[in-house]
Design a protein around this ligand. Sequence first.
Ligand code: TYM
Length: 371
Amino acid sequence: MLATDSGKARIERPGEPPPDLAGRAGIVPDLMGSERDPGPPRVLSGIQPSGDFHLGNYIGAVRHWVADQDRNDCFYLIVDLHAITLPQNPQELRARTVELATILLAAGIDPERSTLFVQSHVHEHAELAWVLQCVATLGELRRMTQFKEKTAKGQESSSSAGLFTYPVLQAADILLYRTDKVPVGEDQRQHVELTRDIAQRFNRRFGDTFVLPEATVPPVGAKIMDLQNPGAKMSKSSESPQGTIAILDPPEDLARKVRTAVTDSGREVIAREDKPAITNLLTIHSIISGQPVDALEERYAGSGYAQFKSDLADELVAFLEPFQRRYHDLRDDPGEIARLLGIGAEKARAVASEMLALAYDRVGLLPMGKA
Ligand code: TYM
């Protein structure tokens, strides 16, 4: 059975068409608004299939996605529509989408408990994004720091309009599923806040429709920094591949990247504001080894950076080894990955189609077949 264990009223039979709400009367029943039937909180998050999946993605987001499956009704999506806001190679995008699905499964996303799907397989995302673009304002989109970061200075006029409206598509991802919690790293907090603003404005204008989501940003590890440049976050598009730990990196690359990570002046292994490089490495060490930072500081008191980095390299290789093994096993069966993503898309569509019908209704779009 593919159903989540939430016990909520929900279409859980892949292959069965979603209810044709758009074909019903103009007014969709009230119970479909922001009131959800009680059940475990709904969690939703997404990740782009561009660049290499890295340790920051895992520590800041995906490890929490895995843990959230125990207590929540989870939806996780691979946001391929977001990935085309920057220039892409079509073949590579398709390959990366499959690779990312395989990585998420290997990392512990369980398709029996969570709904894992590809964004473009559920056309409602693009459709709700259009409606929300008519609610979001140019002013609030201009304030998005990610847009400012991704458009090199003076190049705004040649960047895609999609890059500018990107956060509205993200809002659609979240609002389509009556999401309560959005587990993300620090860099996505602003987009979730924008989602709340858009939802609130929509609800005020058209009546209670969307649930207001909350970002759940972990207290530790929400911003893992680049190993070569601890002033910048570890990123898929980083110009320093040596500073980014890709989680499919072979063991020798993992070890070399850690051993050659830049360090701060002095030789004390201690987490402190004036020691951003060592603080970052201590955070990583603590999360993958499960040892508190102060215990690590004590353990390495007086031993210097080299020993610390060498031990961290060994820890990291050992930590990623079982994950990489699972990844390679799963990769041998792409048919199974496609099957699982198909099931995920069916489950997602059953929820998304109801919400889109409600939103269309609320803004006054005429259902087909009515006059
Ligand atoms: P993306 O693909 O850039 O990143 C995926 C997740 O990884 C987190 N993350 C990090 N966490 C800690 N340290 C880092 N260095 C680091 N780098 C990335 C991100 O915060 C994110 O949680 N716009 C989103 C994808 C998205 C989405 C959504 C997220 C689309 N729709 C709906 C939540 C809900 C993005 O580009 O993430």
